[in-house]
Design a protein around this ligand. Structure first.
Ligand code: UDP
Ligand code: MG
Length: 315
């Protein structure tokens, strides 16, 4: 067993947690190297996603002072998913297997060994599953779980309570690289690869220091992206609403006709004004949903690169 493991960590303004995280992750790497389950050439790949604080300096210092810390600096902030893919694609070229984990180590590094064991048992992908979210805030827990449920109701295959803590073999990364789409939602894509998968369950902890780099705005953007990149269900809902509204209109027409026949014509003002607003609203909503998809097509046809690596510090 002499395979090279790359632990890929996207970092955005993580100066507060990074030194500690690096020490802990290197500890895990060294232990596994010692036990012979991974190659001595295994490394930690820290991707700086255009941080504005000292993140890159910390990465550089660690790279200079150790033989297993690599750094990859993106030229600007590209977002968690793109930063992760940039790291995974470097790992694909330089390692045999990868494990992705957030810089704040909210995910339990204690199960990394178990993940690697599952890889040795033949799994190409091993998902880290959050057994409980007791330590997450009530808001984070309910919004996240509501989102998973919403996604599955829209027919998107996702792994419940799994974020981006996962092991992927080189083969899995090769397959992932075939997906050229730029609206990336990795958690939705990976189950599409269909390779042999395994799971490890852990308790999610609290962020060690610093604030969440996923404010509500980014969370909502990820959710909208997750849905519209994988499901056309919203368009279908709009279509069904359209049919329903037409039926209502038919009933209203019958009512109007009867009123006309019985001579009560001026009374129609309220219903008239209501229907104008109602239909206007439905139409705007429909156009909005279609616009969302047209915008996606616009983004995809350009085939822009997802990221630009400014500098790679390797060994
Ligand atoms: N992150 C990133 N780019 C961004 C936002 C976040 O690379 O634009 C990284 C961040 O440094 C962390 C991971 O994505 O390693 C997850 O962020 P965070 O822990 O803040 O999210 P939460 O746990 O609150 O969902
Ligand atoms: Mg976190």
């Amino acid at each position: 067993m002499n395979e090279i493991l790359a632990i890929v960590v996207p970092c955005y303004n993580e100066e507060e947690v990074l030194p500690d995280s690096i020490t802990k992750l290197r500890g895990v790497l060294n232990e596994m190297k010692g036990s012979g389950s991974i190659s001595k050439k295994s490394f930690l790949l820290l991707v700086d996603d255009g941080s504005k604080d000292r993140t890159w300096e910390i990465i550089k210092e660690n790279h200079d002072n150790s033989d297993d810390v690599w750094g990859q600096k993106l030229s600007k902030n590209c977002g968690h998913q793109s930063a992760l893919v940039s790291g995974l694609m470097t790992a694909r070229e330089r390692a045999d297997l990868s494990i992705s984990i957030d810089a704040d180590l909210q995910d339990d590094i204690g199960v990394i060994k178990e993940m690697v064991d599952k890889y040795h048992d033949g799994c190409e992908i091993v998902y880290g599953i959050r057994g409980s979210r007791k330590k997450d805030s009530f808001f984070k827990r309910t919004t996240a779980q509501g989102f998973y449920k919403l996604l599955s109701s829209m027919g998107v295959k996702t792994i419940y309570n799994h974020a981006d803590f996962r092991l992927m073999s080189k083969k899995a990364l090769d397959e992932l690289s075939l997906y050229k789409e730029s609206n990336l939602y990795l958690r939705g894509l990976i189950p599409l690869l269909g390779l042999k998968t395994g799971e490890v369950v852990y308790e999610r902890g609290e962020r060690m220091a610093g604030e969440s780099k996923y404010p509500l705005k980014k969370m909502l953007a990820l959710a909208v992206n997750g849905i519209t990149s994988f499901s056309t269900e919203p368009i279908k809902i709009i279509q069904k609403t359209g049919v329903l509204v037409l039926l209502v209109c038919l009933a209203a027409a019958v009512y109007a006709f009867i009123s006309y026949m019985t001579g009560n014509v001026e009374k129609g003002w309220t219903s008239l004004i209501l229907s104008i607003w109602f239909l206007g609203g439905v139409q705007l909503l429909a156009i909005g949903v279609i616009g969302e998809y047209v915008g996606k097509i616009y983004g995809e046809v350009k085939q822009r690169p997802l990221y630009h690596i400014e500098e790679l510090l390797d060994k």
